[in-house]
Design a protein around this ligand. Structure first.
Ligand code: TTP
Ligand code: MG
Length: 351
């Protein structure tokens, strides 16, 4: 049985800005793009959240909800330095660490000698260490796998932790909404909800074959996840090379118009996922098309930000490769390798 901790910093960018300028702790604060440049918010403090201000919301709209909102430009370089210090703390407990973004990581502490491997105590100490050295609070989730650990870290947020012990997984999972399952975006959630499936308990009642028929490979995952099973290992130091979102259609799409509509929905989902990875530099965008005969093709083009029109054109090009209906569409971006990271790794390895 593995012991996984998911650590997620509270209001990360906003918390750093408040720490560095205490006057900001008593005002509604957000970090994001400016209203004039039609920017969106990266995050906000809890004061601002009381007004309904949320991540990824347009700054203009947030200002309507909260006219006194102070919006600061993100200082990604500063946040990276903090992320690096936090990572050094993690390394004292385990070297199996998988960062998901600047403020979030999975730790596999199954073999940690600290506290006899009692993950709850390890998580508590890590959070204390982060607070003592960075004056920032973190929340943690502790569970036998990544899927549950990530859900658990949200349970007692902010500045809290929640454990799902192995013997309580079965009970815990029953009431969990399907929308909380990793990979279930708005579209899949709507699809399930239209069939009256809202919780994992309800999802458990669907046969494996039916899930696979409807969702392809993802259906296999769904079958496991709704039972609280997730065997994915914590992948050490994984460098993200790409990010994509995809959708397997309930019914194959046979016209270009239908594909264009799906691209619009997927594009929104992609932007939302990308918002958390501003530290990564995009150098290409691609589209993946799987046809009804399960053959798939990808079409890519250089770009420094995802452009909707370019996805449409890539899709049109891909569609000419087979005269068949489309079973799945995916949109993604490729990132440039992080050269700065590579050089520090080399330094660490040299004698
Ligand atoms: P989150 O962990 O989602 O948000 P948070 O840490 O600000 O707040 P919470 O206490 O709820 O965890 O994201 C971490 C950081 O990533 C966040 O501070 C800013 C950045 N981010 C964006 O830039 N855009 C986004 O849409 C989201 C969700 C996050
Ligand atoms: Mg966070």
């Amino acid at each position: 049985m593995r012991k996984i901790i998911h650590i997620d910093m509270d209001c990360f960018y906003a918390a750093i800005e408040m720490r560095d300028n205490p006057e900001l702790t008593t005002v509604p604060l957000a970090v994001g793009g400016s209203e004039k440049e039609r920017g969106v918010l990266c995050t906000s403090n809890y004061f601002a959240r009381k007004f309904g201000v949320r991540s990824a919301m347009s700054t203009a709209y947030a200002k309507k909800l909260c006219p006194d909102l102070i919006v600061l430009k993100p200082d990604i370089e500063k946040y990276k330095v903090v992320a690096e210090s936090i990572r050094k703390i993690f390394l004292e407990y385990t070297d199996i660490i998988e960062p998901l973004s600047l403020d979030e990581a999975y730790l596999d502490v199954s073999h940690s000698p600290k506290y006899n491997g009692i993950a709850t105590l390890i998580a508590k100490e890590i959070r204390e260490r982060i607070f003592n050295s960075e004056r920032l609070t973190a929340s943690a989730g502790i569970a036998p796998n990544k899927f549950l650990a990530k859900i658990a870290s949200d349970w007692h947020k902010p500045d809290g932790q929640f454990v799902i012990p192995p013997d309580r997984v079965g009970q815990f999972i029953l009431q969990l909404p399907v929308s909380k399952i990793h990979g279930v975006g708005k579209i899949t959630a709507q699809k399930l909800e239209s069939k009256g499936i809202f919780t994992c308990k309800e999802l458990q009642s669907i046969a494996f074959n039916d899930l696979v028929e409807q969702f392809g490979r993802f259906g296999e995952h769904l079958h496991e996840l709704c039972r609280g099973i997730d065997e994915r290992p914590v992948e050490n130091c994984r460098e993200r090379k790409s990010l994509s979102v995809e959708c397997t259609f309930v019914q194959d799409i046979s016209d270009q118009e239908g594909c264009m509509q799906s691209i619009h929905a997927l594009y929104e989902e992609l932007l939302a996922r990308l918002a958390k990875h501003q530290e990564l530099i995009i150098h290409k965008q691609f589209i993946k098309i799987k046809f009804s005969n399960f053959q798939q093709t990808t079409v890519e083009a250089s770009s420094t930000e995802p452009i909707l029109e370019l996805y449409e054109n890539l899709c049109k090009k891909g569609l000419t490769r087979q005269d068949r209906p489309v079973r799945l569409l995916g949109l993604g971006v490729g990132f440039k390798p992080d050269l700065s990271k590579k050089s520090t790794q080399l330094e660490l390895m040299s004698p």
